[in-house]
Write a protein that binds this ligand. Structure first.
Ligand code: ADP
Ligand code: ADP
Length: 234
């Protein structure tokens, strides 16, 4: 059974003659532990799909079911709680707080949730070792490289053990070696914790690492592949 499922998803922005149909009936299921890439030309609906999966935007039609819970019935308050408890977001702009250390940034979702921080001591050790930043826990973002900042953002996305990790161009502004490290990390986390990772990417190397690649064009799924073909991507 899919951990994350979208059924006949439609999204229209605006109305009347200027309406834009960003998604035109998308149905997809993602298993726990699956690392999926979404690719497609600019304007094909990738970000819209990612935002709807993250309950950051509402679909115009169709259903989103996450861990057996259908999102459409939930209040905004419940959606916010669901995002905080079960989802992790890795966006291209790392959104780290400049005045906080790596460790404080990673702990932010825990602080926001109101959960006690005490039980996170071991988890932090584990996470910082997973992202290879054991010696950078007290550094602030401006003392870290881009790749290190992205890894802090990933540790933050993982800290509460989300079921679903949504990543928007996670390797977008990283050199290829650092990008490869970030991808390994996402794949390792999915495999180790059975998390579903859905990543939007233009990066053929990123897609090559994914278990599965879904191609969108004009708001529809046009192809799926296990191994992306460079001719299709560019
Ligand atoms: P992608 O991420 O593949 O580039 P998007 O999901 O951002 O595609 O956009 C899909 C389509 O929806 C595009 O035509 C885009 O212009 C349109 N769109 C996206 N967001 C909005 C919005 N907030 N208002 C109006 N149109 C939008
Ligand atoms: P709230 O309703 O509490 O203001 P938001 O809707 O802004 O929450 O976001 C809910 C959660 O989604 C936040 O905890 C945040 O971590 C995450 N989130 C939302 N947008 C982004 C983003 N652009 N980058 C990273 N995380 C995001």
């Amino acid at each position: 059974k899919a951990a994350v499922e979208v059924v006949d998803l439609g999204k229209t922005y605006g109305s009347g003659p200027t309406a834009v149909r960003a998604l035109k009936g998308i149905s997809l299921g993602f298993a726990g532990g699956e690392f999926a890439a979404i690719m497609g030309p600019s304007g094909s609906g990738k970000s819209t799909l990612l935002h709807i999966l993250g309950a950051l935007e509402e679909p115009s039609s169709g259903r989103v079911v996450i861990g057996g819970t259908e999102l459409s019935g939930l209040s905004d308050k419940k959606l916010t709680l669901l995002r905080r408890a079960r989802m992790g977001f890795v966006f291209q702009a790392y959104n780290l707080i400049p005045t906080l250390t790596s460790e404080e940034n990673v702990m932010l979702p825990v602080l926001i949730s109101g959960e006690g921080t005490a039980k996170y001591e071991e988890r932090l050790d584990e996470l910082f070792s997973l992202v290879g930043l054991g010696k950078r826990r007290s550094h602030r973002p401006d003392e870290l490289s881009g790749g290190e900042q992205q890894r802090v953002a990933i540790a933050r996305a993982l800290v509460r053990g989300p079921d679903l990790i949504l990543a928007d161009e996670p390797t977008g502004n990283l050199d290829s070696k650092t990008g490869a490290g970030v991808l390994d990390l996402l794949r390792e986390s999915a495999a180790r914790y059975g998390q579903t990772v859905v990543m939007v990417t233009h990066d053929a190397r990123a897609a090559a690492v994914a278990d599965r690649v879904v191609f969108l064009a004009d708001g529809k799924v046009v192809d799926e592949a296990r191994e992306p073909d460079a001719d299709e991507i560019f």
